[in-house]
Write a protein that binds this ligand. Structure first.
Ligand SMILES: Cc1ncc(COP(=O)(O)O)c(C=O)c1O
Length: 451
């Protein structure tokens, strides 16, 4: 049975009208990966304003691990909204904030006393984590990595990589930020063994403490255990372990940005659990509340407590409605069956993508952790020249046939798959088969062009 139901072209007439209104009323700089105009959604299915039904493999860029509108989350939001929408945590105390902090303190990695600050977006979580690290250490420098995406506020944009797409024209950026290369196994120098490459990257990290900034000036090292925007690049364990050691040695705060990799996406609640390394602070957002705007910084109580009274917080941070959504979402995500399903989905996707890679030389790499899977398109497997245009073509082939997609990658040449785990096997296979056809079509077209 097909789950995709197309009654008009995509975009259909009503969608076209809405897109025209968007163009007139909304900023041109607000990008969109598709022309789909969504009216409602449930599970892994979205319904557009023209009555078309599509399968969502973009999952709100990792925000919808628990699916669109999970009924228990919707009910919790409705119930909470009737009782108390938001009194502001800077004015009064309410149970949903307290409870969510307790739950996050319990479920995040690390066997030490923890506390949690709630905010509204991933960027805000990262901003707060850096503030906490600075006030705790009395230092100002922050080390981040090439390929990193930490957000779009001015501090987090300063930490973010990929200049052309995210940063061009918005400077000057915050000072005291040092960006180091992160391991990217696929793009390591030709002929270099994996182990030698990881050791080289570790050496660059150590050398930076001589060449760039003294460790006694460094407040924090911030890292995504699996880089998201950069193209689902899982950090090698030895690299993260060395960061942990250096942080311990020099009194530096280790911040894990799990905004995209958290809440079951990699098959464990947090990606850091794959490495069995506890960061001092962990930043969370996206799938925390199934799409309700809320984020969190959880970590060592002494670090979270370091600020003077009044130094952290904001008007909307940790609203009762968003907290209620988060508590219900965590109930769903914590279930062993949910995480098992995430791993199963990851395996299905991995096997399928590897099959395509055998048949299409346009695919240079298939990678990821758990259900955080992606394929990278290249013009030449030897030179690994990025195929950014072809990646767009794949998306333009697949979306009108009913699949919601988004790109990724430092070179914008990857298609990342972040389906809600509410997706059924049938829906997943249907969506993947359309995407596979799109890849084969673009691959064949290129083969003809190249003679
Ligand atoms: C790893 C990571 N950190 C931070 C952010 C910023 O989150 P937000 O867009 O909610 O500000 C993102 C967003 O994609 C992210 O992937």
């Amino acid at each position: 049975m097909s789950h995709i139901r197309l009654v008009t072209e995509i975009p259909g007439p009503k969608s076209k009208q809405m897109l025209a209104r968007r163009l007139a009323a909304m900023p041109a700089g607000l990008a969109k990966s598709t022309e789909i105009c969504i009216e409602r959604a449930e599970g892994a299915l979205v319904h557009d304003v023209d009555g078309n039904t599509l399968i969502d493999l973009a999952g709100g860029i990792g925000m919808l691990n628990a699916g669109h509108c999970p009924p228990t989350v919707v009910a919790a939001v409705q119930k909470q909204a009737e009782k108390l929408i938001h009194p502001c945590a800077l004015v009064a105390t309410y149970e949903p904030y307290v409870r969510l902090a307790e739950v996050l303190n319990e479920i995040t990695p690390g066997n030490f006393p923890k506390k949690t600050l709630l905010a509204n977006s991933g960027s805000e979580a990262v901003e707060n984590a850096v503030k906490m690290a600075r006030v705790f250490t009395g230092r100002s420098a922050v080390i981040c990595f090439e390929g990193a995406y930490h957000g779009r506020t001015l501090l987090t944009l300063s930490l973010t990589s990929k200049y052309g797409l995210f940063k061009k024209g918005f400077g000057p950026y915050a000072p005291e930020i040092y960006r180091l290369p992160a391991p990217d196994m696929y793009r390591r120098p030709p002929g270099m063994a994996e182990n030698d490459y990881i050791l080289w990257r570790i050496h660059q990290l150590e050398k930076a403490f001589i060449a760039q900034v003294d460790p006694s000036a460094v407040a924090a090292i911030i890292i995504e255990p699996v880089q998201g925007e950069a193209g689902f690049i899982a950090m090698p364990e030895a690299f993260l372990r060395r960061i942990r050691e250096l942080c311990d040695q020099h009194g530096i705060v280790m911040i894990a940005d799990e905004v995209q990799s958290g809440f079951g996406r990699t098959g464990k609640l947090f990606a850091m659990e794959h490495y069995q390394i506890a960061p001092d602070l962990i930043c969370m957002a996206k799938s925390l509340a199934a799409g309700m705007p809320i984020s969190a910084v959880t970590g060592r109580a002494d670090i979270v407590d370091a600020s003077h009274i009044g130094g952290v917080g904001g008007t909307y941070g940790g609203s009762p409605v968003a907290c209620a959504a988060a508590l219900e979402t965590i109930e769903i995500i914590r279930q062993p069956a949910f995480l098992a399903r995430a791993r199963e989905i990851g395996e299905i996707i991995r096997r399928t993508l590897q099959g395509w890679m055998q048949a299409c030389d346009l695919i240079g790499d298939v990678r990821g952790l758990g259900a955080m899977m992606l394929f990278e398109l290249v013009l030449n497997r030897e030179t690994k020249e990025p195929a950014a245009q072809e990646t767009l073509q794949v998306i333009r082939e697949a979306v009108p046939r009913g699949v919601v997609l988004i790109r990724a990658g430092l070179y914008s040449n990857c298609v990342r798959l972040l389906p809600p785990f509410a997706i059924t096997d049938e829906q997943l296979h249907e969506a993947l088969s359309i995407l596979g056809e799109a890849v084969r079509t673009v691959n064949a077209r290129r083969a003809v062009q190249c003679g």
